[in-house]
Write a protein that binds this ligand. Sequence first.
Ligand code: NAG
Ligand code: NAG
Ligand code: NAG
Ligand code: NAG
Ligand code: NAG
Ligand code: NAG
Ligand code: NAG
Ligand code: CU
Length: 575
Amino acid sequence: MEFYISVKPWCFFLGLLLLFASEPVSLANPETHYHDFVVQATPVKRLCKTHNIITVNGQYPGPTLEVRNGDTLVINVVNRARYNVTLHWHGIRQMRTGWADGPEFVTQCPIQPGGRYTYRFTIEGQEGTLWWHAHSSWLRATVYGALIIYPRLGSSYPFTKPRREAPILLGEWWDANPIDVVRQATRTGAAPNVSDAYTINGQPGDLYNCSAQDTVIIPVDSGETNLLRVINAALNQELFFTVANHQMTVVAADASYTKPFTTSVLMLGPGQTTDVLINTNQPPGRYYIAARAYQSAQNAAFDNTTPTAILEYKSAPCPKKGLSVQPVFPLLPAYNDTPTATAFAAGLKSPSKVDVPTDIDENLFFTVGLGLFNCPPRFSRSRCQGPNGTRFTASMNNVSFVLPSNFSILQAYQQGIPGVYTTDFPAVPPVQFDYTGNVSRALWQPVPGTKVYKLKFGSRVQLVLQGTSIFSAENHPIHIHGYDFYIVAEGFGNFNPQTDTAKFNLVDPPMRNTVAVPVNGWAVIRFVADNPGVWLMHCHLDIHITWGLAMAFLVENGVGELQSLEPPPADLPPC
Ligand SMILES: *[C@@H]1O[C@H](CO)[C@@H](O)[C@H](O)[C@H]1NC(C)=O
Ligand SMILES: *[C@@H]1O[C@H](CO)[C@@H](O)[C@H](O)[C@H]1NC(C)=O
Ligand SMILES: *[C@@H]1O[C@H](CO)[C@@H](O)[C@H](O)[C@H]1NC(C)=O
Ligand SMILES: *[C@@H]1O[C@H](CO)[C@@H](O)[C@H](O)[C@H]1NC(C)=O
Ligand SMILES: *[C@@H]1O[C@H](CO)[C@@H](O)[C@H](O)[C@H]1NC(C)=O
Ligand SMILES: *[C@@H]1O[C@H](CO)[C@@H](O)[C@H](O)[C@H]1NC(C)=O
Ligand SMILES: *[C@@H]1O[C@H](CO)[C@@H](O)[C@H](O)[C@H]1NC(C)=O
Ligand SMILES: [Cu+2]
């Protein structure tokens, strides 16, 4: 897959042209792909101004990785930036290779400026669209790219072979340095500044100042079936996604195939991907591809701008000199259109009957939500600029996750280093309350901690993720590292084991790596703990992970080498 900046060949428009990929040519099966990723500051101009942003190899978005199921990736990362960095391969199972997973201070210490580290892992039984991103502070605002996994040689998609394919990366852009934005929020305790634009493949599009000349154009011919691989790489915002006048048939989500279903709008939380087929069955012309915030929290500031790209039929009439042909604009849901988000989630199902774990060994119930820390008297007021002189925080089961700073949790576990984490993360909330009701102010302040929950190898886990209305209810995209899971049910209000169990789909639930837990509601997921290591589970809204909406599972080794974590690579960075 390559992105070319070129003159549009058939009319004489300047534009950023996105050429569709053909599948990689390979001789051997499986293959090992070697890449050098240099993390560096690069000047990039957006919204009329040039900024030095952190990129990989000077590209924004970063390079697209293309592999087949069964292949191995070896990525040599060199840090030439002034920040600590790590990279995460979002959605890759990393069977026994937790050392390559990437979240800083969870599976590795950061790659410090001037340092390097080689990530080495094999794709085992996964196909579809994933992505990679920095997993250190807010660097992923600009350090991200697509990771596309094609079927093994000789095997094919379980749907009509598309004529063309293109990744669509939705991102978020700040006029300021994103690291300064999060540092300001952390210092003051207030909510961070919202972004100034969203981007599609790095470009804001026609509706922003100084951007129309670079709007991404996706050229198509009439009568084709094409595959769009949509990735929400935004930092803090769930997004609706639509293409004017074209229906989309969803065929995969988070690199798991789905039963095809047709919709005019997608909703993706940060971290989620959705593959859709679109038929170019409309009159030749130009059609906007657009995204818009799905903002489920009330009374919170958000970026309400609209990024666009253009789906352009090559046979569309060329505009006459001096006349511009305005692309067709799509209908977009309202910002707070929870019914549309819910209908989209309900449409996702596995292609056929799947093997959902039934005899559950670990029945877990975690609350997920925000909170406020009361400021100790000695704190200066400048550090307490949250609501009514507090500081924002967030937690799972009332524990606000704190990263260690002198060892990664995985290293501490593997080397038996004490004092880095504890294993007392609670299986159920320490206090039961009406999670989605009017929660007493006395319950709003969580306890900071670096707590993990231990799982025996092979245990069958059911986890209820229960949103809370503390401070403000909100849809939280919860991501688990190292695992895919089945989403067996979702609902609003408080999960009720007496009545809601009857709603479980144990036949064809969707499999994902990130679940958008409904606002003021809950989701129930199931998985088998078959991958030893330390696996972060967190909200993929980066400000929420910054505030502590995270925990980690520590999955013990099973029996024998094939059920055990590999030894750490020799070049694992020290703290
Ligand atoms: C955040 O926004 C405020 C108000 O517009 C501005 O004063 C401040 O400089 C911004 N912070 C950063 C880090 O850009
Ligand atoms: C575009 O620029 C104009 C004039 O400088 C300004 O008033 C307007 O707010 C800008 N619009 C956006 C979307 O930034
Ligand atoms: C802040 O204080 C005001 C006035 O006392 C009160 O109405 C409001 O509910 C408080 N907000 C929070 C988040 O505590
Ligand atoms: C650093 O590690 C030691 C154990 O070697 C531990 O006692 C100490 O609390 C740790 N410090 C921090 C800040 O995490
Ligand atoms: C929520 O409860 C508090 C007391 O616990 C009460 O003062 C407040 O009016 C209640 N708010 C609503 C919307 O019911
Ligand atoms: C969380 O723990 C703190 C400290 O014990 C307590 O004050 C608060 O009420 C707890 N909140 C919940 C939701 O459990
Ligand atoms: C960078 O990482 C090192 C440990 O590897 C840590 O001591 C240091 O505080 C980190 N710097 C920042 C700015 O987080
Ligand atoms: Cu969240």
